[in-house]
Design a protein around this ligand. Structure first.
Ligand code: AMP
Ligand code: ZN
Ligand code: FE
Ligand code: FE
Length: 276
């Protein structure tokens, strides 16, 4: 059987409930050959995953990241594959972005008070643990407090993009995100374009250096996958795909539910090796 890869997996260094070792063990259990660790604005999960894979399995770990960028009205997630994750200035920039995430949590907590919802920022940080804190952690606290019936309601009523308690970031433009990934010799790929719903932005991103699109994703319908596959082929872009697994963070373990043939990893590698 052909080897298969899941090219979009989070760890608890961002908002998954899985440790890097648990990611590797689970990937091993379900027979994946390769996993890309793509935490939001954090690379600290890569090294432990690589170590676990080296000790306990023959799974290949692709060092990657999911950078959160934003324009006036859209959130844009850019994946970077095969990054030099030990680069010191990259790590410093990520730390700045994560510091900004911390102040954003305080602002969201204040906004929630206007809706008579009283949560402690410290509870959000406790659930988040090390690495990047984000809205999924806020949603978990809201759920634990009984303020919402489920995680999805936290987003649809309060903290989803442009909902009343949403707080903008504006730390990084999509172009800057692409540039940041090139600086560490990574391949920039647009994550889940179907969630972004702004195809008109893609040509601009290509001009800025975008090299691929995530065609296969847990939130992509079959029609969306076909649409983005065609778009990728027409624009000579690489194709990637992954589950966007958050451990139990999204109610079920998604790892392995979306996987791609290893051939796509080889194409990413070719692109990586042809970078100057
Ligand atoms: P942040 O990094 O703080 O912007 O939060 C991003 C996290 O929130 C990611 O894990 C997203 O998948 C998750 N997220 C965004 N919108 C929703 C939604 N409507 N329902 C559930 N999770 C969401
Ligand atoms: Zn996430
Ligand atoms: Fe994303
Ligand atoms: Fe993700």
């Amino acid at each position: 059987m052909e080897k298969q890869a899941d090219l979009h997996v989070h760890t608890y260094l961002s908002d998954s409930t899985f440790t890097p070792a648990q990611v590797v063990d689970y990937a091993q259990k379900i027979g994946l050959a390769c996993v890309a660790i793509t935490d939001h604005d954090c690379v600290d999960g890569i090294e432990p995953a690589v170590r676990r894979a080296y000790e306990n399995s023959n799974i290949e770990i692709i060092p990657a990241v999911e950078l959160t960028a934003e324009t006036d009205d859209t959130e844009v997630h850019i994946l970077g594959f095969f990054i030099d994750y030990k680069n010191v200035s990259f790590e410093k920039k990520l730390q700045e972005i994560r510091d900004d995430r911390v102040s954003r949590i305080y602002k969201m907590v204040e906004k929630l008070k206007e809706f008579d919802i009283d949560i402690d920022a410290s509870d959000v940080f406790k659930i988040a643990g090390p690495g990047s804190v984000g809205r999924l952690h806020v949603a978990q606290v809201l759920y634990n407090k009984g303020a919402v019936a489920n995680i999805s309601e936290a987003f649809s009523r309060y903290i989803g993009h442009n909902k009343p308690c949403y707080v903008k970031r504006f730390k990084l433009s999509p172009k800057e995100a692409i540039k940041m990934i090139y600086k560490v010799k990574g391949i920039p790929v647009l994550a889940h374009p179907y969630i972004m719903k702004k195809d008109e932005m893609i040509s601009e991103l290509i001009k800025a250096g975008l090299r691929g699109i995530e065609v296969y994703h847990s939130d992509h319908t079959n029609a969306a996958q076909q649409h983005y596959k065609k778009l990728a082929e027409e624009n000579n872009l690489l194709i990637t795909g992954g589950s966007d697994c958050h451990g139990m963070g999204k109610g079920e373990i998604l790892m392995g539910k979306v996987k791609v043939p290893y051939e796509l990893v080889e194409k990413l590698k070719e692109a990586r090796f042809s970078l100057k």
